[in-house]
Ligand binder design. Structure first.
Ligand code: SF4
Length: 405
């Protein structure tokens, strides 16, 4: 079984009107019956996700979206869900019915992908149907002469050009998918100490995803990872013949670890590494300072990137609010900010009423989705930070923790 996490996979989404054959095409693409296929319009009511290996791209997630021309109250809801998928799309496949002229949906989508810098392909399905309309593709393409390179005729029914479609998609590798998590900070032979407290909040029998990913990153760099709890950190450091290159800690014990690790040793946290990897560390570090200005009744939004199998337990709902309350309460006599919470794919488009947004590390989100969320905050002038960056700030060691980059 392939265990590459969804946040690390290239997200390839199929967009288009109802009944153009998006679901059949995705089934033909994967060689499996994943999406319900029916001649009835609007059969896909929610996005369908499928993880697979696509060479030479590697691990990907394919997403089948509801039709973009759906109407009525429910239809509009489905369209909104389809457009939400755009936030995380690394490669877009615009599916058109090759037997009818292009519609509004295709005409609007392609410039939108161009604007967002999302690589796309326009695919005419139903090639098997004898009566083909000559598609007016040149009118939707940003440049003349792109037809050969950006369009393809296929048939989900007969399998015509499905292999070519996979090859064309695989060639559209997005430029910013690969970003180092930790490897660029290390040299071969380095030792990294990872501090992982196993308190009641830690999941049973496993390490959480950011910890697994950092260990993998250390190994890929040809360095060694030494993992210990915060209670064993002092002894672990004493046993080393020479100081480690870097100590990476869980944010929750930042304060304690910061006092143990000598100033001469680089120190950061899993969340800060994640902030750099998926987000914009400078924006998140600046955002953390907004906690200083929080007053009574100010709205704070706390966002988690997943709902099921949550790995961060009550950090977002209990620990972070308490830390903020304690910090602001120490500075002002009465200070009780108002906390709101979102999780999973939920993220408000309007964040302007918040004085601060605090996001989790976002290990289950892909980089594009994280960038979308940061952009919403940036354009509405709302400070945003993440758990680890905020905790480092509240403990007065933010400069040290981000100073290593
Ligand atoms: S809450 Fe955020 S950091 Fe924690 S597991 Fe979910 S996506 Fe990852």
């Amino acid at each position: 079984m392939n265990q590459t996490p969804a946040g690390e996979r290239v997200h390839i989404a199929f967009f288009g009107r109802r009944n153009v054959g998006k679901s059949s095409l995705m089934n033909a693409f994967t060689g499996q019956e994943l999406s319900v296929v029916s001649p009835v319009e609007g059969t896909t009511t929610d996005a369908v996700y499928k993880a697979m290996e696509l060479l030479p791209l590697g691990p990907v997630v394919l997403i089948d979206t509801p039709g973009l021309d759906d109407s009525g109250e429910l239809g509009e809801k489905r369209v909104r869900k389809a457009l939400e998928v755009m936030r995380k799309t690394d490669i877009a496949i615009v599916v058109a019915d090759g037997t009818v002229p292009l519609g509004e949906a295709e005409r609007e989508l392609i410039p939108e992908f161009e604007r967002k810098g999302i690589p796309w392909l326009l695919v005419y399905n139903k090639e098997d149907l004898a009566e083909k309309v000559s598609a007016d593709e040149e009118t939707v393409l940003p440049e003349k002469g792109m037809a050969g390179e950006r369009t393809l005729r296929v048939s989900a029914k007969t399998g015509f050009h499905i292999r070519e479609l996979k090859e064309r998609v695989a060639a559209l590798v997005p430029g910013d998918v690969e970003k180092p998590l930790i490897g660029d900070l290390l040299s071969e032979g380095d030792t990294v100490v990872l501090v992982v407290p196993l308190d009641a909040g830690a999941p049973k029998g496993r390490l959480i995803l950011p910890q697994q990913q950092v260990i993998r990153g250390v190994l890929e760099a040809g360095a060694s990872a030494l993992v210990c709890r915060d209670s064993e950190l002092e002894k672990t450091l004493q046993k080393l013949v020479s100081p480690p290159r870097l100590v990476v800690t869980d944010s929750q014990v930042f304060d304690r670890v910061g006092r143990i690790v000598p100033e001469s040793v680089l120190l950061t946290s899993f969340s800060i590494l994640m902030a750099r990897y998926k987000g914009d560390l400078a924006q998140l570090a600046e955002g953390a300072k907004a906690v200083e200005r929080l007053g009574d009744g100010d709205r704070v939004l706390i966002c988690e990137g997943c709902t099921h199998h949550r790995q961060c337990e009550d950090i977002g709902t209990v620990k972070i609010p308490n830390l903020i309350r304690r910090y602001t309460g120490n500075k002002q006599s009465v200070c009780e900010p108002e906390f709101s919470f979102t999780s999973g794919t939920e993220f408000p488009t309007d964040v302007s009423s918040y004085k601060l947004v605090v996001h989790c590390g976002g290990c289950m989100l892909n980089r594009r989705e994280m960038q979308y969320r940061l952009e919403r905050c940036r354009e509405q002038g709302v400070p945003v930070t993440n758990y680890g960056v905020l905790i480092a700030c509240l403990n007065g060691i933010l400069d040290r923790a981000v100073g290593i980059f």
